[in-house]
Write a protein that binds this ligand. Structure first.
Ligand SMILES: Cc1ncc(COP(=O)(O)O)c(C=O)c1O
Length: 370
């Protein structure tokens, strides 16, 4: 008997290397593998969701998202990111994941190329592959940032998009303002779309976040409430671009998602229009954890620059899989750099989205075994 006839482009995708790490570890392991804040969603946001349920706000919404929320997103971009999009140029999605999916689907088909950093967030390669596209890898500089000249060099007539992620997963690198301007100019000069994934924008400890959309209207800005407000499970994100782009993305969104979760949309209005103190408190805590972790790694002889953003440290190691395997078998979950691309060999990702106590315990275990 023959098996089901699966699509080759799906057979070609590998299950995320991060998931493999969790499955390999015991249930009492210290988890420095997870990319999600370990804080409670702020109270006023939870209350808005409870009110939405009690008021019966439980039906499908307008596909692109409720007007109130698209207005809140439009104001947020003006206030925090220094660019203007009208509420009509915003699509509310199921997390940044769906925003990335509809952006990539609208641009890349069979044979098209999507440029991504190597290493980069795991979804970029997989999504480009699902659409039938091909990934063109941009190697990172010694400080783990992307150099504009390395992007230009890899543009071909088939290049449709360049995905940029600053602050970056898995490296914690933050691109400079002049780099962001250069990336925006590249998008304009070569007529390619720049997909800017800004989910870690509020977790920057040195430097500042600059949105490339403030320099070019060939930018598709992807963001979510997931990391900023500790709302990973709420599945609420958004994407904004000029209408030429959103008109194509909304078609994909309509058929794969219909609309984002109605209750989470009401909660998102409270988050975006509400106080930023809870986010600032999280950022300050992450900074302290980063300092403890990186100082500890350096004192164990691991080479690791202080990451400027996100909540990941990406130290150099001799062999990624061997190093991660040794730690996992001693009860500390980390992710080998190769889970994020072949050029991640020689690195391991540590997430510091866990308590200081866990970080100190993990460092102690490493001191005992390394
Ligand atoms: C860079 C980056 N983009 C997007 C996502 C997905 O975010 P969401 O949970 O909002 O789908 C993640 C999650 O880890 C991420 O690290």
């Amino acid at each position: 008997m023959t098996g089901p006839k699966f699509a080759q482009r799906v057979l070609d995708i590998e299950i995320s290397g991060i998931r493999k790490m969790f499955e390999a570890a015991g249930s009492d392991a210290i988890n420095l593998g997870l990319g999600q804040p370990d804080f409670e969603t702020p109270e006023h946001i939870k209350q808005a969701a409870i009110d939405a349920i009690n008021e019966g706000f439980t039906a499908y919404t307008y596909g692109a998202g409720i007007q109130e929320l698209r207005e809140a997103v439009s104001s947020k971009f003006k206030r925090e990111n220094n660019f203007s999009v009208s509420p009509d140029e915003v699509i509310v999605t199921s997390g940044a994941s769906e925003a990335l999916e509809i952006a990539i689907a609208s641009l890349a088909g069979p044979g098209d190329e999507v440029m991504v950093a190597n290493p980069c967030f795991v979804s970029y390669n997989a999504l480009a592959g699902i659409m039938g596209g091909k990934v063109s890898s941009i190697p990172l500089a010694d400080d783990l940032s992307i150099r504009p000249e390395d992007v230009v060099e890899r543009i071909t007539p088939k290049t449709k998009a360049f995905i940029l992620n600053s602050p970056a997963n898995p490296t914690g690198a933050v691109q400079s303002k002049s780099d962001m301007k250069a990336f925006a100019e590249i998008a304009d000069d070569h007529n390619i779309a720049l997909i800017s994934d800004e989910v870690y924008e509020h977790f920057i400890y040195e430097g500042e976040h600059v949105s490339p959309a403030s320099y070019s209207d060939n930018v598709i800005t992807v963001n979510a409430l997931s990391k900023t407000y500790s709302m990973t499970g709420w599945r609420l994100g958004y994407v904004a671009a000029r209408s030429e782009y959103t008109e194509q993305m909304i078609k994909v969104h309509q058929y794969v998602q219909a609309c984002a979760n109605s209750i989470a949309q009401k909660a998102a209005v409270a988050a975006l229009n509400g106080p930023m103190e809870p986010v600032i408190r999280m950022r300050d805590e992450f900074r302290q954890r980063r300092d403890i972790l990186v100082k500890g790694l350096n004192s164990l002889g691991l080479e690791c620059d202080l990451p400027k953003g996100a909540f990941y440290a990406f130290p150099r190691v001799r062999d990624s899989a061997e190093f991660a395997g040794t730690l996992i078998s001693n009860g500390v979950i980390v992710v080998p750099g190769t889970a994020f691309g072949d050029r991640g060999e020689g690195y391991v990702r540590f997430s510091y989205a866990t308590s200081r106590e866990n970080i100190k315990r993990a460092l102690q275990i490493m001191e005992d075994i390394l």
